[in-house]
Design a protein around this ligand. Structure first.
Ligand code: HEC
Ligand code: HEC
Length: 167
């Protein structure tokens, strides 16, 4: 079994290097995208979790990360530093200061759900606060401006075009 896996892995590596060699000429940008169908097996376990549960698997963490990506409308490298040598993202590294801000946000969101929302008598856990509750697909949530109320007489404009009778 193990020997078979090792065999298939080396076949993959041979195929991959052949693919990269043949893809050399057009542009180096193609090297970033893995060959279709290529799987690398389970992700390595995280090594630098400070706020997320330490027993999360690599796959669990990345699933959550994809959610952050969508909730904030950003790419992984918005929070993660790049390794200058390999030119690839280095998720365990803390070199990108945004990662620490995101840690604070994770703690804040956990507290909102665990300490405060649970105090609502009729709270449903399906109505949990997520990053998207505030961020709405933006890295910096926009200030909310309520719509002007409609069932009210029009607000006096600062310089009315036509004089209105006093009210
Ligand atoms: C909004 C910021 C943010 C985005 C976007 C984000 N991450 Fe993360 N990521 C974090 C934070 C914060 C941690 C550390 C959590 C902790 O300390 O418990 C982390 C941890 C990780 C880890 C665990 C590293 C380790 O070994 O400790 C991996 C892997 C990871 N992220 C991958 C990704 C990938 C892949 C993407 C894009 C799909 C991504 N992240 C997008 C903030 C982000
Ligand atoms: C209760 C509302 C709320 C929730 C929930 C929330 N955020 Fe935020 N977040 C904010 C506000 C407000 C800011 C400050 C934006 C600013 O200063 O311009 C912010 C800032 C950030 C920043 C810093 C952006 C930067 O570049 O400086 C990151 C990263 C971030 N949030 C990630 C997250 C993540 C990840 C989650 C979910 C775990 C989350 N936030 C949940 C309201 C929220």
């Amino acid at each position: 079994m193990n020997r078979f896996l090792r065999f298939s892995l080396s076949v993959c590596l041979v195929l991959l290097s052949a693919h990269l060699a043949s893809a050399q000429e057009p542009s180096s940008a193609t090297q970033q995208t893995a060959a279709p169908g290529q799987r690398r097996g389970p992700r390595p376990a995280p090594t630098n979790l400070k706020v997320l549960p330490k027993d999360m698997t690599g796959d669990d963490v990345v699933k959550l990360m994809r959610q952050y990506q969508g909730d904030l409308g950003v790419e992984c490298e918005y929070c993660h530093a790049r390794n200058p040598e390999t030119k690839r993202n280095d998720p365990p590294s803390d070199a990108n200061p945004v990662k620490e801000k995101a840690r604070l946000m994770i703690k804040m969101t956990d507290d909102l759900n665990a300490k405060y929302l649970t105090q609502l008598a009729d709270h449903k856990s399906s109505n949990a606060i997520t990053c998207g509750t505030c961020h709405h697909g933006m890295s910096h949530p926009e200030p909310f401006v309520p719509k002007p109320r409609e069932n009210r007489p029009a607000q006096p404009s600062p310089q009315p075009a036509t004089p209105t009778p006093g009210n």
